[in-house]
Design a protein around this ligand. Structure first.
Ligand SMILES: NC(=O)c1ccc[n+]([C@@H]2O[C@H](COP(=O)([O-])OP(=O)(O)OC[C@H]3O[C@@H](n4cnc5c(N)ncnc54)[C@H](O)[C@@H]3O)[C@@H](O)[C@H]2O)c1
Length: 458
């Protein structure tokens, strides 16, 4: 079959896989190929056991895989054959050298750019899908166009705003799609080609076009603003605990103000995920490198509050459990960084688990989707950790339960049965404020939630 367009995506991760599956599903006239250096990942994308869990993803992949969606490890061949190349490789925080701990590590991006260059003999549009520091397109342009092959490359910025757990809906009904380019005739022509892809299912009033630097910076800004709301409400949760105000009531009261709005105002043990922390630290680094110290400090405080909130949660557990958790069994309900994903990257649960292990607690981890990743995380750490899917078995004999992910299933458990099976006095630390705390207290639990007065029987 002849396809109208061939599209390639380099990087078959949480962004590349679902995004390309959506394009393939909405545009049967395009052939979409996703390549990755990770052979195991590609093997899983071609199997019944996809490498990531995302509600609705299996159905879409099954519908289009082998028809107009293909997964492969043959990078060079597909670079040669495709004119439009999305790049969705990882851009983690740098762990070495200049900027370590803050700057984005762009080695995977640069390697990809060089590989594209080495395998190109015809003009190409390179689309930045990964989240990148503002002005990366300039460097990429220099690498790609500083060639002696006379091949023209246009670099476009098209950051991804999907949220794990709701990625399929976010991709199908995006609030907006952002496409930035240089404002040269070639740049605008290339931008229009990418607009055309999304216009197959996204209305034009939701496709925002901008200059390339605004597009790159908007992604970092969006993540910084979202995380800032969480840190703001979490900072207030600490004040609520001192004053008998209730953080959920405060959040509701302020969220009904149409200027503020209700989203991202849920107090919790802290935000996680692969993006918020790394993108804010990247923003901090960029501001510092432009000498904007006050701006850098302002955004860095968002990350600091998050780390403090996680620390506070551990301290709360220890101080309320008679100042020691050594030898005690603590059941962790949830390990994913949020519900409806198996992703544990930067999950607050990691930090909480490690903090409790340092205090010599025995932890037992439960999660409906994240246990394989949790096991993998602890595989080289010889500590007192066990894993169990069934929350009732996890709670058996435990001194305390800590709710670390807001999975729906935890709201509907039989806590009377759970209480009976636990060591007494039994504690619940609700790090997501999802349970009925008064009901649990009446059953006999000692209940500690975020931003609320403790409910204890002693
Ligand atoms: N995860 C999210 O929710 C999310 C949302 C929006 C944006 N982003 C951004 O998208 C980018 C990708 O994130 P992700 O979560 O999909 O990462 P990921 O780690 O799940 O996937 C990245 C993939 O790129 C592959 N890769 C690395 N170098 C490669 C190379 N040279 N050639 C081919 N493949 C290579 C890796 O093997 C990996 O499979 C990041 O910049 C991230 O900040 C992520």
């Amino acid at each position: 079959m002849d396809f109208e367009k061939n599209i390639l995506c380099i990087g078959a991760g949480y962004v590349g896989g679902p995004t390309m599956a959506m394009i393939a599903s909405k545009c049967p006239k395009y052939k979409v190929t996703v390549v990755d250096i990770n052979e195991d990942r590609i093997r899983k994308w071609n199997s019944d056991n996809l490498p990531i869990y995302e509600p609705g993803l299996d159905e879409i992949v099954k519908k289009v895989r082998g028809k107009n969606l293909f997964f492969s490890t043959e990078l060079n061949k597909h670079i040669r054959e495709n004119r439009i190349i999305f790049v969705s490789v990882n851009t983690p925080t740098k762990t070495f050298g200049q900027g370590a701990g803050k700057a984005a590590d762009l080695q995977y991006w640069e390697k990809t750019a060089r590989q594209i260059l080495a395998n190109s003999t015809t003009p190409k549009i390179i689309v930045e899908k990964s989240t990148l520091p503002v002005r990366t397109a300039e460097t990429m342009g220099q690498i790609l166009n500083g060639n002696n092959k006379n091949v023209q490359f246009d670099v476009i910025s098209n950051p991804e705003f999907l949220s794990e757990g709701t990625a399929i809906n976010d991709l199908e009904n995006p609030d907006r799609v952002l496409i930035g380019s240089k404002e040269t005739p070639e740049g605008i022509r290339a931008r229009q080609e990418i607009v055309e892809i999304y216009a197959n299912w996204v209305s034009h009033n939701r496709i925002i076009e901008s200059n390339i630097w605004s597009s790159e910076l908007s992604k970092l800004t969006a993540n910084a603003f979202l995380a800032q709301r969480i840190s703001s409400i979490n900072s207030m949760s600490a004040l609520c605990e001192k004053t008998e105000a209730d953080i959920d009531e405060v959040a509701y009261a302020i969220g009904t103000d149409s200027r503020i709005g209700p989203k991202f105002l849920k107090a919790s043990v802290g935000f996680g995920g692969s993006c918020f922390k790394k993108d804010i630290l990247n923003l901090v680094y960029i501001c510092q490198s432009y000498g904007l110290t006050e701006v850098a400090d302002y955004w860095e405080s968002v990350v600091k509050i998050n780390e403090w909130q996680e620390r506070r949660f551990i301290q709360n557990i220890i101080s309320n459990m008679f100042n020691t958790v050594a030898g005690k069994k603590i059941a962790l309900f949830g390990f994913a960084f949020k519900a409806n994903t198996g992703d544990i990257r930067e999950s607050p649960a990691i930090y909480i688990a490690r903090g409790l292990l340092e205090e010599k607690a025995h932890i037992i981890i439960s999660d409906p989707r994240a246990l394989p990743n949790a096991r993998d995380y602890f595989k080289d750490i010889q500590e007192d950790v066990t894993f169990e899917m069934d929350p009732y078995r996890v709670a058996k004999g435990a001194h305390a339960i800590a709710i670390l992910t807001e999975w729906e299933l935890y709201r509907n458990l039989d806590f009377k049965r759970i209480l009976k099976s636990m060591a007494q006095p039994a504690f619940i630390f609700d790090g997501r404020n999802i349970l009925d705390h008064n009901k649990l207290f009446k059953l006999g639990f000692n209940v500690f939630a975020i931003g609320k007065s403790p409910l204890k029987h002693f």
